[in-house]
Design a protein around this ligand. Sequence first.
Ligand SMILES: [Zn+2]
Length: 199
Amino acid sequence: MANRDRTIENLITRLTRLPGIGPKTAERLAYHLLRIEADEALQLAKAIEDVRAAVKSCSRCCQLDAQDPCSICSDPAREPAMLLVVEDPREVARFEDVGYRGLYHVLQGRLSQLEGVRPEDLTTDHLLARVRSGAFTEVCLATNPDLEGEGTARVLAERLTPLGVKVTRLARGLPAGASIAQVSRSILADAIEGRRTLS
Ligand SMILES: [Zn+2]
């Protein structure tokens, strides 16, 4: 918009880059931040600064945590031979919530022809190296039950199977097209419990 202060315009532009935030919402948020107490607005900036400074990608499983190795990788009570492969760090919390007690590998995305995401754009090589080390007896591919998640699982299964590990997939009970972030606890717990062998 013409004549709007440059710093406000900059904030709106940056907010627009966030997922799910269109120009109208960005504008509303920017003016909201200007209207509330300055201290409250700055607490948000501080929270972003703090989380970026503290949280890193775990060098073993690639999930986000304040310590490296993360609290899960360094927990001796976990089942060390079981590996659950997820797309996104947020999904770790979902599986923790339903009582999964093995280890994780976070792909940091999924393969997508449409978006040009290839295996080398994900943490695939790191996953293969972990499995090749012989530390795991089972790798469960817990990518989302949608087109790209299934495609990702298929490609990973092809690469993992020759490594002599049991490769499994979440049970078909998950509604097709559903996202792991949204299904109920009971469905997710059943999906792990009833996982099927791919190799
Ligand atoms: Zn970790």
